[in-house]
Design a protein. Structure first.
Length: 221
């Protein structure tokens, strides 16, 4: 479930240490190849003539380089410096990523929420918030579902979001909706969703058979 922004084009980099997560806390579940996305700059229209913007972007890009090298603490320091110079959604997003990696989930949540205030149409920020809410010591699947639904609305053809929304729904007992989301995930390219479609379909059938048997027993008694 977890995502990091690389650029305006949202390229992906492979990294085995992080994946998108299902609700079966705290086990990570890679939906496709383990992927990360992180922002290395603001939008292409950002002004580079403003010295503050230039310095903030420089620290942001240096932080991204550190993150690519696996130096999370170094990246965190540089992202914080970028934010101190000029607050941007990209720096907030990436600072949240480093907080998440150091298991400071509350700080990650606060940073991503602030990022969303500046860039409300980011499905990645909502996806990451869902991960953080699931990984907190006091897990909040209700809030994770809220943000995954929002992410799904913003990116309706994103197969990974659909898959993880389905996983949280399934773990929460909302099987019919989970089945629908697994089917969407399969439609848009997550092959492993097919197995979950079969499993959830079997759960739904089993539930219905049990309910029918219970009703029959009640009528006999």
């Amino acid at each position: 479930m977890f995502r990091l922004l690389l650029s305006a084009g949202r390229s992906r980099l492979s990294c085995s240490s992080t994946a998108r997560y299902s609700f079966q806390r705290p086990q990570p579940l890679a939906v496709t190849a383990s992927t990360k996305r992180w922002a290395s700059s603001t939008t292409l229209s950002s002004s580079t003539t403003d010295p503050a913007t230039t310095d903030s972007l420089k620290a942001l890009e240096e932080g991204t380089q550190k993150l690519e090298e696996g130096d999370v603490e170094g990246a965190k320091t540089l992202y914080k410096r970028s934010l101190e110079i000029k607050k941007t959604p990209s720096a907030l997003f990436n600072y949240g990523v480093t907080c998440y990696h150091t298991k400071d989930f509350q700080a990650a949540i606060e940073s991503w929420k602030e990022s969303i205030k500046l860039q409300p149409d980011s499905p990645d920020a909502h996806t990451n918030l869902a991960s953080a809410y699931l990984m907190m010591p006091m897990s909040r699947p209700d809030l994770a579902l809220q943000h995954l639904r929002t992410a799904s609305d913003l990116a309706p053809e994103d197969a990974e979001i659909a898959f993880n929304l389905a996983a949280v729904l399934e773990a929460s007992g909302q099987l019919e909706e989970a089945l629908e989301q697994y089917k969407r995930s399969k439609k848009y390219g997550v092959d492993k969703a097919d197995m979950h479609v079969r499993n959830v379909s079997a759960k739904i059938l089993g539930k219905r058979l049990k309910e029918a048997a219970d009703r029959e027993n009640e009528q006999k008694s």
